[in-house]
Design a protein. Structure first.
Lengths: 112, 481
C-alpha cells in the first residue's frame, strides 16, 4: 500500500478528481491548504500599503492505493494538473503499513 | 315591458362615455350663469384661507423631503459606515467595529434628547447653546423660523441628531481594533458634548460665531458640515491614533481588510445616504436642495476618478478599495461646498480631493508612521479641510446668494467671484475646528484614560474585540454544521 499526497493548484481540483475517477480510484481526501515552494507568493496593495502574501491557497489530495494503482494515479495527476508554470505543485509517495475499515474490521488492500 | 326597460338601460349605458360632449353642446350661457351664482366673493378671510393652504402645501412637501433626508443620514451610520469600517478590519474585530457605530446610534440619541440638542441649537452665547431646550422643552411640531420656517422643529431636531450620531462614529476608524468598548462609549459621549455641540452651535446655531446666515462674526461657508462634522471628527481621529499608539504588530504584520466587499456595500450606502446629508441641508424641498444634490453626486464621481487615476499611475492597478475610498473623500470635500457651488465646480472639488486624500493616505501616513487604522484623518480630516478651503474659492452667489448688503443687494460669495476675503473666513472656521478638536479630544482622552483606561489588554487585542469585548464571533462557520 502506498500513500499518494498531491499538492496542486486550487483551479485544478476538478480535472484531477475526474482523471483519478477515470482510472478507477475510489476514494480520496481533499484538504484546503496554504503553502509555498519556489513560487514564493505575491504582493497586494491596500491604500498604498504593500502586503506580501507568501502562503498561497493550495489543494492537497490524499489517498492510499494498492501498489499496482500507484503509477497510473501519479500519471493521471501529472497529466491533469500540469500547466507548465511555476506553482503546479508536487506529489509525495510513502509506504503504508496497514489499513483498517472501521465498519467491519477488514484489513490491508481490501480495506481500501 | 321588460325588454323595453332593458333596451333603455342599454342605450343609457352606451351614451355614458359621450356625456361630457353632450353637456358641452348645451347652451353655454346656462353654465356661465350657474358658475357666477356660486362664485364666492373675494374677501380677506378667503385670501387668508388660500395663503394658509399654500403654506400648508409647502410645509407638507418640505417635511416629506426632510423626514426622508433624516432617514437617509441615519442610513449612513448604520449600515453604511458600520459596514465600510467593518470590512476594513481583521475578521476577529468585525463585530467590535460595527458595534462602535451602532452604539453611537443609541447613546448619542439619548444624550441628544436630554441635553445635546439644547447645547447645540438652543439660544446661548456665540460659542455654545443654552439650556432652554433641555429635555427637548419647547421643541414641538411648530417650526422654529430661525432654523427652518416650513418644517416642524422636531423634524429639524431629528435631522440634526443624525449628524450628531455619525460624527463621533467617524472617529472610531482611527482607534479601530484596540479600544475598550466601555472607554469608547464614555469618550465619544463626552466628545459629543464638549466638541461637537459647541462646534455645531458656532457654525449653525442662533448667534453662533461662524454662522454665515444668522449674522456670525466670521461668516464661514459650511453648507452641510465640512467643519462641524468632518474636520472635527477627522482631526480628533488623528489625536486618538497618536494617543493610543499603534496596534500590536503594526506595521510589520499584514493587516489587510478582511472583506473589501463589505466595505464596498458600506461605501455605496454612504454615497446614497449623503444625498440626505447634503441636499437635506437645504432644509426644504427646493431648488437649493437640487443644487446640493447635483454637487454631491458630481463631487463623489469626480473623486473616484481622481483617486483611481492617481493609484493606477503610481501603483499600476486601480483597486476597488481605492475607488470607494475616493468616493468617500469626494463626498467629504463636497459637503461644505454643496449648496454654494455650480456642478462644474463640484467636479473640480471632487477631482482635487480624490488626488489629495490619496496622497495623504498613501504617502503622508507612512512617512509619519501613525496608525490611523482606517484613515479617518486621511479621508475626513484632510478631505474636510481641503473641502472647506475650496468652498471659499468656488462659492457662487448665483447658486446661493448668501451674503447681502444692508439694502438687500447680493454680494460676491467666493474668491473666484472677487470676494478674496472669504478664504480667510474659511481658514478661521477651519482653524477653530482644528483647535477645538485637538484640545477637546486630548483633555477627554486623558480623563477617560485615567479613570477607566482606553486600550484593551494585549491578550484581548490578540484575541480580537469580538470575543474579548462582546463575547461572540462575527463568522461562526463550523465545518460539520
Amino acid at each position: 500500500m502506498t500513500k499518494v499526497e498531491a499538492v496542486i493548484q486550487t483551479s485544478k481540483l476538478d480535472t484531477v478528481k475526474d482523471a483519478l475517477h477515470e482510472i478507477g480510484v475510489e476514494g480520496m481526501t481533499v484538504l484546503e491548504a496554504r503553502g509555498h515552494g519556489r513560487q514564493k507568493g505575491h504582493t497586494e496593495f491596500y491604500r498604498g500599503r504593500e502586503y506580501t502574501v507568501d502562503l498561497i491557497p493550495k489543494i492537497k489530495i490524499e489517498m492510499v492505493l494498492a501498489d499496482d494503482m500507484v503509477e497510473k494515479a501519479v500519471q493521471a495527476i501529472v497529466n491533469s494538473a500540469r500547466t507548465g508554470k511555476i506553482g503546479d505543485g508536487k506529489i509525495f509517495l510513502s509506504k503504508i503499513d496497514d489499513a483498517i475499515r472501521i465498519r467491519n474490521d477488514e484489513r490491508g488492500d481490501s480495506a481500501l | 315591458m321588460r325588454r323595453q326597460l332593458f333596451q333603455r338601460i342599454a342605450v343609457l349605458l352606451l351614451l355614458l362615455p359621450f356625456a361630457p360632449m353632450i353637456l358641452e353642446a348645451a347652451p353655454s350661457h346656462y353654465l356661465r350663469t350657474t358658475a357666477a351664482m356660486v362664485a364666492p366673493e373675494i374677501s380677506v378671510e378667503r385670501l387668508g384661507a388660500v395663503e394658509h393652504a399654500a403654506a400648508a402645501a409647502q410645509s407638507s412637501g418640505d417635511n416629506a423631503w426632510m423626514l426622508t433626508s433624516t432617514a437617509l443620514v441615519l442610513l449612513m451610520t448604520g449600515p453604511g459606515l458600520a459596514l465600510f469600517y467593518g470590512g476594513l478590519v481583521r475578521k476577529k474585530n468585525v463585530l467590535g467595529t460595527v458595534m462602535q457605530s451602532f452604539g453611537m446610534m443609541a447613546v448619542i440619541t439619548v444624550i441628544w434628547a436630554v441635553v445635546g440638542y439644547s447645547l447645540a441649537f438652543g439660544q446661548g452665547s456665540a460659542f455654545l447653546g443654552g439650556l432652554h431646550n433641555l429635555f427637548l422643552r419647547g421643541v414641538g411640531v411648530q417650526p422654529d423660523p430661525a432654523y427652518a420656517a416650513t418644517i416642524p422643529a422636531q423634524t429639524y431636531m431629528m435631522f440634526q441628531l443624525m449628524f450628531a450620531i455619525i460624527t463621533p462614529a467617524l472617529i472610531t476608524g482611527a482607534f479601530a481594533e484596540r479600544m475598550k468598548f466601555s472607554a469608547m462609549l464614555v469618550f465619544l459621549t463626552l466628545w459629543s458634548l464638549l466638541v461637537y455641540d459647541p462646534m455645531a452651535h458656532m457654525v449653525w446655531g442662533k448667534g453662533g460665531l461662524l454662522n454665515a446666515s444668522l449674522g456670525g462674526r466670521f461668516p464661514t461657508l459650511d453648507f452641510a458640515g465640512g467643519t462641524v462634522v468632518h474636520i472635527t471628527s477627522g482631526v480628533s481621529a488623528l489625536i486618538c491614533a497618536l494617543y493610543l499608539g499603534k496596534r500590536l504588530g503594526y506595521p510589520k504584520e499584514n493587516m489587510p481588510p478582511h472583506s473589501v466587499v463589505l466595505s464596498f456595500v458600506g461605501a455605496c450606502l454612504l454615497w446614497v445616504g449623503w444625498f440626505g446629508f447634503n441636499a437635506g441641508s437645504a432644509l426644504a424641498s427646493n431648488g437649493l436642495a437640487t443644487s446640493a444634490f447635483v454637487a454631491t453626486h458630481f463631487g463623489a464621481a469626480a473623486a473616484v476618478v481622481g483617486w483611481s487615476a492617481a493609484e493606477w499611475l503610481t501603483h499600476g492597478k486601480p483597486s476597488a478599495l481605492g475607488a470607494i475610498s475616493g468616493c468617500v473623500a469626494g463626498l467629504v470635500a463636497i459637503t461644505p461646498a454643496s449648496g454654494f457651488v455650480s456642478p462644474m465646480s463640484a467636479l473640480a472639488i471632487g477631482l482635487i480631493a480624490g488626488v489629495f486624500c490619496f496622497w495623504m493616505v498613501t504617502t503622508v501616513k507612512s512617512k509619519f508612521g501613525y496608525d490611523d487604522s482606517l484613515d479617518a484623518f486621511g479621508v475626513h480630516g484632510a478631505g474636510g479641510t481641503i473641502g472647506a478651503l475650496l468652498t471659499g474659492i468656488f462659492a457662487s452667489s448665483a447658486v446661493n446668494p448668501i451674503f447681502k448688503d444692508a439694502s438687500g443687494k447680493t454680494l460676491a460669495s467666493g474668491v473666484l467671484e472677487g470676494n478674496v476675503h472669504q478664504i480667510w473666513n474659511q481658514a478661521i472656521g477651519v482653524a477653530i475646528a482644528w483647535t477645538l478638536a485637538i484640545v477637546g479630544t486630548l483633555v477627554i482622552l486623558k480623563i477617560v484614560d485615567a479613570v477607566i483606561g482606553l486600550r484593551v489588554s494585549e491578550e484581548q487585542e490578540t484575541q480580537g474585540l469580538d470575543l474579548s469585548q462582546h463575547g461572540e464571533e462575527g463568522y461562526y462557520w463550523e465545518t460539520s454544521a
